[in-house]
Design a binder for this molecule. Structure first.
Ligand code: AMP
Ligand code: MN
Ligand code: MN
Ligand code: MN
Length: 280
């Protein structure tokens, strides 16, 4: 059975609505267990959960918190969170407001660079017109023919140090861990191989601080880090006693650089799988 513990829907910057994503996972990809982990929201979880029940697949409610760490955005996935927790929902509403404000600032910067009206175009990719991410702007820049692909959008406009970048106003890594725990979930350091640290030592410090903050797991197999990184992530999991998680980080069918739902190599067998912490 294929399993995937990290995916996005239109509740954040994914292209498929929550129920569509579940249908795609179950019918086209043969996924029998999945988590929905949208950025900073659980708004898609109820719809996905209901769809998963109708397809008879195991569903784990999740979230992917954005965190500010030094000048980087670090992501912490929460698995098994209670998506009806009122405190969690209030907190995610606050982050979405921050996202909306940042989106306006990004749009102003793009306008100053000669590209007006990008906020409306970015919003057109979000059915509820909220929780805008830089990927929504990347899509808008592609559709307008300003860039060729997502990578170019980040390099030329949206990435750290690029002219339309707006520093992220997210909370800290320990806050994300606490918030996940308060909602009954397990905290997982997402795609450790994707962060642009200067050296391995800096990544090691992050993993150490994440563990000290109470984090329980780390993504060892991730569609958004190079497969060659799996071995390094496995070493970090062992060194800090973290459970191993896995997920494609699927966003849309167009992205050829990432695997489809459930298309993942198996975890190294010497590691403890995060599934043992989730009781599934
Ligand atoms: P945000 O959370 O608004 O800062 O946007 C970050 C999102 O943009 C990530 O979750 C990815 O989906 C996407 N992203 C970040 N960097 C890149 C990149 N170089 N190419 C494509 N997508 C990216
Ligand atoms: Mn994303
Ligand atoms: Mn992420
Ligand atoms: Mn993700």
């Amino acid at each position: 059975m294929k399993r995937d513990l990290h995916m996005h829907s239109t509740a954040s910057d994914g292209a498929l609505a929550p129920a569509q994503l579940v249908c795609f996972c179950a019918e086209a990809c043969g996924v029998g267990m999945m988590a929905l982990t949208d950025h900073d929201t659980v708004a898609g979880v109820s719809e996905a959960k209901e769809a998963a029940e109708s397809f008879g697949i195991i569903f784990i409610p999740g979230i992917e918190f954005s965190c500010t760490y030094a000048r980087l955005s670090i992501h912490v996935v929460g698995l098994g969170v209670n998506h009806e927790d009122t405190r969690l929902i209030a907190l995610t509403d606050e982050v979405c407001t921050k996202r909306d404000n940042r989106a306006k600032q990004i749009s102003e910067k793009l306008e100053a660079l000669g590209y007006p009206g990008m906020l409306e175009k970015a919003l057109s990719y979000s059915p509820r017109g909220e929780n805008i991410s830089r990927l929504h702007f990347a899509k808008a820049l592609m559709t307008e023919g300003i860039v060729k692909n997502e990578n170019q959008a980040f390099e030329r406009f949206l990435g750290t140090g690029a002219p339309a970048n707006v520093p992220a106003p997210w909370g800290t890594v320990p806050e994300a861990v606490q918030n996940i725990h308060a909602a009954g979930g397990v905290a997982i350091l997402a795609h450790p191989g994707r962060y642009r640290f200067k050296n391995d030592r800096e990544l090691d410090v992050l993993v150490k601080e994440f563990t000290e903050a109470g984090g329980e797991g780390i993504e060892v197999v991730s569609g958004s880090q190079s497969p060659a990184f799996t071995e390094k992530a496995a070493v970090l999991a062992r060194r800090y006693g973290l459970a191993a998680s896995f997920g494609s980080d699927f966003h849309n069918l167009e992205s050829t650089s990432r695997p489809g739902p459930g298309d993942l190599v198996l975890l190294p067998s010497h590691l403890t799988s995060v599934l043992s912490l989730l009781g599934v």
